[in-house]
Design a binder for this molecule. Structure first.
Ligand code: A2P
Length: 271
């Protein structure tokens, strides 16, 4: 890892370590958000929506790992991740300084509940995210199986400010331009971005917009129902909790890998 002021006192991950993966690219979206791409280990397989443990060595030379959703398609040669920068966060205060050519740690055991197998068949699939919680949906949106399973896919992304929507705006544009799925995505994918602290066409927390019916009205869709709707949720702990309650109130049941249901949720990593 490059010797910046922020990480000089920490041991460096090098390419000889068993879990080391090389960083290929880093992109800073805002002063709070960045994404990075790493080399994909040859035998590494994952299901769209899963996460892996990623990190660096701590001062004592031990792995400091956190769960990161894979934000790239399952068929791509590299792996992408999307992260918040927390200035005093144990991991991201340092991880935000990685550069192309550095090595980071990655456990190659993907897991998670935001997978299509954890959902029962339905008509529509809502992918509801706040902040970096949109990351797993970046992998799911590129999976043809999502569009095979559902007639309509609605991606909602809520951030404080417009600039923080950049990741999902680009993701949707890329998905609709991807030769593999452009046709089906153009027909089935609906994007509903909202902000809470800066003026924007759609404003407000997604929970409030669902509760009031404003979301459904503006998309000309019926309110959530057990018969037709499936929901994947990824965001902060509070958002997950509130969205979960909203789903339960609509009669939906939580699913898992072992017992598919009507909605699933995963906490976006922060820190
Ligand atoms: P708000 O600005 O009203 O707090 P953060 O950047 O803090 O992770 O937040 C990302 C987005 O998630 C913000 O727009 C924030 O709205 C929204 N949010 C935070 N808590 C909840 C919640 N309990 N339900 C729905 N949205 C939430």
């Amino acid at each position: 890892m490059s010797q910046t002021a922020e990480n000089m006192s920490f041991p460096i991950v090098d390419g000889t370590m068993p879990d080391a993966v090389r960083v290929l690219e880093v992109r800073h979206w805002t002063d709070r958000l960045f994404s990075f791409e790493v080399e994909r280990p040859q035998s590494f397989r994952f299901r769209s929506g899963e996460f892996v443990m990623i990190g660096l060595l701590n001062e004592a030379g031990r792995p400091l790992l956190r769960a990161y959703s894979i934000a790239s398609p399952f068929w791509e040669e590299s792996l992408s991740f999307y992260s918040i920068k927390v200035q005093d966060g144990p991991l991201t205060s340092r991880l935000q300084h990685i550069r192309s050519g550095d090595y980071i740690l990655m456990k190659t055991k993907p897991t998670g509940t935001l997978v299509l197998d954890a959902l029962l068949p339905g008509k529509r699939c809502y992918l509801v995210s706040t902040g970096t919680g949109v990351a797993p949906f970046a992998s799911l949106l590129c999976d043809p199986e999502l569009y095979e399973r559902f007639d309509q896919v609605i991606l909602t992304h809520t951030c404080r400010e417009i600039a923080e929507l950049g990741f999902s705006m680009e993701l949707v544009a890329r998905t609709k331009g991807d030769p593999l799925i452009s046709e089906i995505a153009a027909e089935k994918l609906v994007y509903f971005p909202t902000t809470t602290r800066e003026s924007y066409p759609h404003m407000g927390r997604i929970t409030n917009l669902m509760e009031s019916g404003a979301l459904f009205d503006s998309l000309s869709l019926p309110h959530l129902s057990l018969g037709e709707d499936r929901v994947m949720i990824c965001g902060s702990m509070n958002m997950n909790q509130d969205m979960k309650q909203l789903c339960l109130d609509a009669g939906l049941q939580e699913g898992a890998n072992s017992a598919p249901g009507h909605f699933v949720l995963e906490k976006a990593f922060v820190g």
